[in-house]
Ligand binder design. Structure first.
Ligand code: ASP
Length: 471
C-alpha cells in the first residue's frame, strides 16, 4: 500500500464524519408540547419561541415563562425509527473495528517475543543491554516527570473543574476493581508459566522472559547459533505479517472512529470542554517537548521523523492501545527511520508497557479536576502525592484501551478523593484515551531515536542496520 499513513488519516476523518452523521440522525430530539395551547395564549404568550423552549427544557419554573401545562417529549428522528437497520449497522461497524484490534493483538505477543529475543541475543554482551536499558529508563523517567509537571501546572492555571453543577452519576461496575499495588506489579513481571502469560497477552512477563532468554542465548556463543537464527527468522516473518495486516488498517480505523463518535456524540464532549482543553493542551505541549528531544538529543530532523512515525501515531490514535501499536511502531522505527534492531527491540516493547507520559499527565489532570469539581482544595503536599502516584499508576497501566482510567484509582485513593468522581469524566474518556495513547507511543518512538544516537546510529550514515540483522 502506498502512503498508508494518508489512508489512515483519511479513514479517521471519514469515520468521524460518518459517526457524527449517524449520531445526529439517530439521537432523539427534545421538544415541548403544551397540552392546552389556550392556557398560555391566555397568559399573554402568543407563540413559543426558542428562548421559552430552552427555559422549559432546562427545568426552570414554567410559570416564569408560560402559564400552562406542558410536557417535554423526546421524539426519535426518522432514522431511529428503524432500530433493526441501526443495530445491524452498529454491529457491522463494531465487528470491523474489533477485527482490526484482534489482528494487531494477534501480532503482539509473537512479535515482542521474537523481536526481543533476537534483539538481546544480538547485543553480544550484557554490558550493551545494561547501557541501552539504562539510557532508556533514564529517558522514560525524565519525560514522565515533565509530563506530569506540565499537567499539574495547566490544571492549576485553567482550573477546569471549578465550575459547579457537574452531575455525578453511578460508577459502572468495571471501574470498581481494586488497583494492583506496586508489590503486585513487580510480581506480575515474573511469569509463572510463560505459555499461559503468552496466551493471556500479558506483556510484562513476556518481556522478562524474552530478555532473559535472549541474554542467555547471546552468552552461549556458537552453541546458541541455531536459536539465534530461528528467532531472527521468526522476527522477519512477523514483520512481514505486520505489513499484511496494515492493508486492513484503513477499514479498521474507519470503523473504530465511526463507532466512537456515533456512541458519544459531540454534545457530551462540549459539556466537559474545559477539562478536555486542559488535557489536550498538556498533551500538545508534551508532544512538542518530545519533538524537541528528537531534534536535539536524537539528532534527527523532527519533521522527517514525525513523517516516518505518522503511521504508528495514527494507529495509536485509532486503537487507543500502545500494545496493539507495537507491530506498527517496529515497522516505522526500523524500516523508515533505520534505527538498529537491537535498540528498537528493547525500547519499544518496554516503552509500550512502562512508558506512558500521556497517561500520567492525564491522570494528574483528571484527579485535580475531580477535586476541583467537588470543591476540594489540593495543597502542595497533596499535589506532590498526585505527582508520584500518577507516575506510578501510568507505569502500572497496561497498554490497552481504558487501562489508565482504572489505574487512576491509585491516584484518587492516595489523596482521598472519592473514586465515584471518575464517573464525571467517563463520557469523554475514550476520546482522551486515543489522544493520550498517541503521546504514550510518541514517547517510545522518541526514546528509540535518542537511544539509537547514543549507540552510534546516526541518521543518514552507513552502517545502520535494518531488522533481522540481530545486532
Ligand atoms: N490506552 C493507553 C495505552 O494503551 C493506556 C491508558 O488507558 O491510558 O497506552
Amino acid at each position: 500500500m502506498k502512503r498508508p499513513h494518508l489512508w489512515i488519516f483519511g479513514s479517521i476523518l471519514l469515520g468521524a464524519a460518518a459517526g457524527w452523521g449517524l449520531n445526529a440522525a439517530t439521537s432523539p430530539v427534545t421538544t415541548v408540547r403544551f397540552d392546552d395551547p389556550a392556557q398560555y395564549a391566555g397568559a399573554g404568550v402568543k407563540r413559543v419561541d426558542a428562548k421559552t423552549l430552552e427555559a422549559v427544557i432546562a427545568g426552570r419554573d414554567p410559570s416564569e415563562v408560560v402559564r400552562g401545562k406542558y410536557r417535554v417529549v423526546s421524539r426519535k428522528r426518522e432514522w431511529a425509527a428503524h432500530p433493526e437497520a441501526n443495530r445491524t449497522l452498529a454491529s457491522l461497524l463494531g465487528m470491523l473495528g474489533r477485527l482490526f484490534m484482534k489482528l494487531l493483538m494477534m501480532l503482539m505477543v509473537p512479535l515482542i517475543f521474537a523481536s526481543m529475543v533476537s534483539g538481546t541475543c544480538g547485543m553480544g554482551d550484557l554490558r550493551t543491554l545494561g547501557r541501552i536499558g539504562g539510557r532508556t529508563f533514564f529517558f522514560y523517567l525524565m519525560t514522565v516527570c515533565i509530563a506530569v509537571a506540565t499537567g499539574l501546572i495547566l490544571v492549576n492555571l485553567i482550573r477546569p473543574g471549578s465550575v459547579e453543577g457537574i452531575p455525578v452519576w453511578e460508577l459502572p461496575e468495571r471501574f470498581r476493581k481494586a488497583p494492583a499495588t506496586v508489590y503486585e506489579l513487580v510480581l506480575m513481571a515474573v511469569p509463572e508459566n510463560i505459555f499461559r502469560s503468552m496466551a493471556d497477552g500479558e506483556v510484562l512477563p513476556v518481556i522478562t522472559f524474552s530478555l532473559t532468554l535472549g541474554g542467555i542465548i547471546g552468552l552461549m556463543g556458537a552453541a546458541g547459533d541455531p536459536l539465534r537464527k530461528f528467532f531472527d527468522a521468526l522476527f522477519l516473518a512477523m514483520t512481514k505479517l505486520t505489513s499484511l495486516v496494515l492493508w486492513y488498517a484503513p477499514v479498521g480505523t474507519f470503523a473504530l472512529v465511526a463507532t466512537l463518535v456515533w456512541e458519544t456524540g459531540f454534545t457530551e464532549m462540549a459539556r466537559l470542554a474545559w477539562y478536555m482543553v486542559t488535557v489536550l493542551a498538556g498533551l500538545g505541549i508534551h508532544f512538542c517537548v518530545l519533538t524537541a528531544f528528537v531534534w536535539r538529543l536524537g539528532g534527527r530532523d523532527p519533521f522527517e521523523y514525525l513523517r516516518h512515525m505518522s503511521l504508528a501515531l495514527l494507529t495509536a490514535f485509532s486503537t487507543a492501545s500502545s500494545n496493539a501499536t507495537i507491530p506498527v511502531s517496529m515497522e516505522c522505527v526500523e524500516e523508515k527511520a533505520k534505527i538498529p534492531h537491537r535498540v528498537a527491540a528493547f525500547v519499544l516493547p518496554v516503552g509500550a508497557t512502562v512508558n506512558m507520559d500521556g497517561t500520567a499527565l492525564y491522570e494528574a489532570v483528571a484527579a485535580m479536576f475531580i477535586a476541583q469539581a467537588y470543591g476540594l482544595t489540593m495543597g502542595l503536599g497533596a499535589q506532590v502525592v498526585i505527582f508520584i502516584t500518577a507516575t506510578l499508576a501510568a507505569v502500572g497501566a497496561a497498554g490497552i484501551p481504558g487501562a489508565g482510567t482504572v489505574t487512576m484509582l491509585i491516584v484518587l485513593n492516595a489523596v482521598g478523593l472519592p473514586i465515584e468522581g471518575i464517573a464525571m469524566i467517563l463520557a469523554v474518556d475514550r476520546f482522551l484515551d486515543m489522544c493520550r495513547t498517541t503521546v504514550n507511543v510518541y514517547g517510545d518512538l522518541a526514546a528509540a531515536a535518542i537511544v539509537a544516537r547514543g549507540e552510534g546510529a546516526v541518521p543518514g550514515q552507513p552502517g545502520v542496520e535494518s531488522h533481522g540483522a540481530g545486532g
